[in-house]
Design a protein around this ligand. Structure first.
Ligand SMILES: [Zn+2]
Ligand SMILES: [Zn+2]
Length: 382
């Protein structure tokens, strides 16, 4: 039997839905274009700086051949490293939590059915039993993302711009139109370093011609204005980049993300702003890796898997201390091994470590901060 023709009310409802979805698509496309504006702006500045430095300064203004050759070679080296690290920061996709952190369909249904409270926490605690989760919400509950429906690994946060949970999220950077996190933090640092070097190099080599501009030592050509603006732009960017780069060097030395610098991570025993710090040298290796020859190249060498991190809090955490050192418990998932506990620096090679994490005394868990209060069991983090 043929279906009945649509009634006027249902067809108008249908067209209303269609136009709303079209409006949504247009809005998303406009947003997408808008997000690329800062990147296009940087690319335009970069193209102009190339023309101003290479053509106007080196080829048309510099008279000394030796100076010309040295400046051109050094400039292209900085330019290439800057572009390479910038490209990698923009186009390296942020990593999301692995499937082990996703709730099962049954657990999701249970969470949706039940009002928030003790039952929710019981479900999450059971799901997190085999996972290397050591940080908690402010109320002491398991960190859970309602939006992605997963248990958040340590140092993972939900990015509202990407609408996804990002491993070891640092911040969402509009200048690279990407989330800076576990997968591209090294690239981001190198991008800051090489862009700073690029600007400092331009400012230093342009300085004498900039002085000549003010003392009328330059002939009246178009190059004059390029040389002047090139110096101003390079000096201005150098100042802002050096403060940003200095801040991120400090973060790396303390093994903190920008988000953690603003809000210290909360462990089972409480807040600890240096909870992930392993000492300067090992903190550096967490981001740059063990092999120093790759430190200055934008290739991925960071340690770990982004889901679990070594900490120095083993003795301070009662629950962790109750696990005998070196105890191995095999994980149900054979493809993904988690460390037996937050590792001390001597055990920090997470990817090569085959120890598995284990939950221990449940009675200790109940005594932890806020866990007995069902009203404080969940927290939305952004
Ligand atoms: Zn999320
Ligand atoms: Zn993001």
């Amino acid at each position: 039997m043929a279906p009945p023709p649509p009634t006027p009310s249902s067809s108008s409802r249908g067209s209303g839905v269609r136009s709303a979805s079209r409006r949504g698509r247009v809005r998303r496309r406009c947003q997408w274009l808008l997000y690329w504006v800062p990147v296009v702006f940087i690319c335009c500045i970069l193209c102009w700086s190339y023309y101003a430095y290479v053509v106007q300064l080196c080829l048309l203004t510099m008279k000394n051949i030796g100076e010309k050759v040295v400046c051109l070679i050094a400039y292209h080296l900085f330019f290439a490293m800057f572009l390479w690290s910038y490209w990698k920061t923009i186009f390296t996709l942020p990593v999301h939590p692995s499937k082990e952190f996703l709730l099962t369909y049954a657990d999701k249904e249970l969470l949706e059915r039940e009002p928030r409270g003790e039952v929710h926490q019981e479900v999450l605690k059971r799901a997190a039993k085999e996972l290397p989760i050591y940080t908690r919400t402010m109320s002491g509950a398991i960190r859970y993302c309602d939006r992605c429906q997963l248990i958040k690994p340590d140092r993972c946060h939900h990015c509202s711009a990407c609408d996804k949970c990002i491993l070891k999220m640092d911040h969402h950077c509009p200048w690279v139109n990407n989330c800076v996190g576990f997968s591209n933090y090294k690239f981001f640092l190198l991008f800051l370093a090489y862009s700073l070097l690029y600007c400092l190099f331009i400012a230093a080599t342009d300085l004498q011609y900039f002085i000549k501009f003010w003392t009328n030592g330059l002939s009246d050509t178009q190059a004059k204005f390029h040389i002047m603006f090139l110096f101003f732009a390079a000096a201005m960017f150098s100042i802002s980049l050096s403060s940003l780069f200095g801040y991120h060097c400090w973060l790396v030395s303390k093994n903190k993300s920008t988000l953690e610098a603003f809000r210290a991570p909360i462990f089972r025993h409480g807040t600890d702003k240096n909870g992930f710090s392993l000492g300067f040298s090992k903190n550096l290796r967490q981001v740059f890796g063990d092999e120093k020859i790759y430190w200055l190249l934008p290739v991925f060498t960071s340690q770990g898997d982004g889901c679990s991190f070594p900490t120095c809090l083993v003795t301070q955490d009662l629950e962790q201390a109750s696990t005998p050192s070196g105890l191995i418990s095999s994980n149900k998932n054979e493809n993904h091994h988690f460390p037996a506990k937050p590792l001390r620096d001597s055990q920090s090679h997470l990817l090569t470590d085959t120890h598995s994490w284990t939950e221990t005394n449940a009675s200790i868990e109940k005594n932890k901060l806020g866990m007995s209060n069902p009203a404080l069991t969940m927290e939305n983090e952004t």
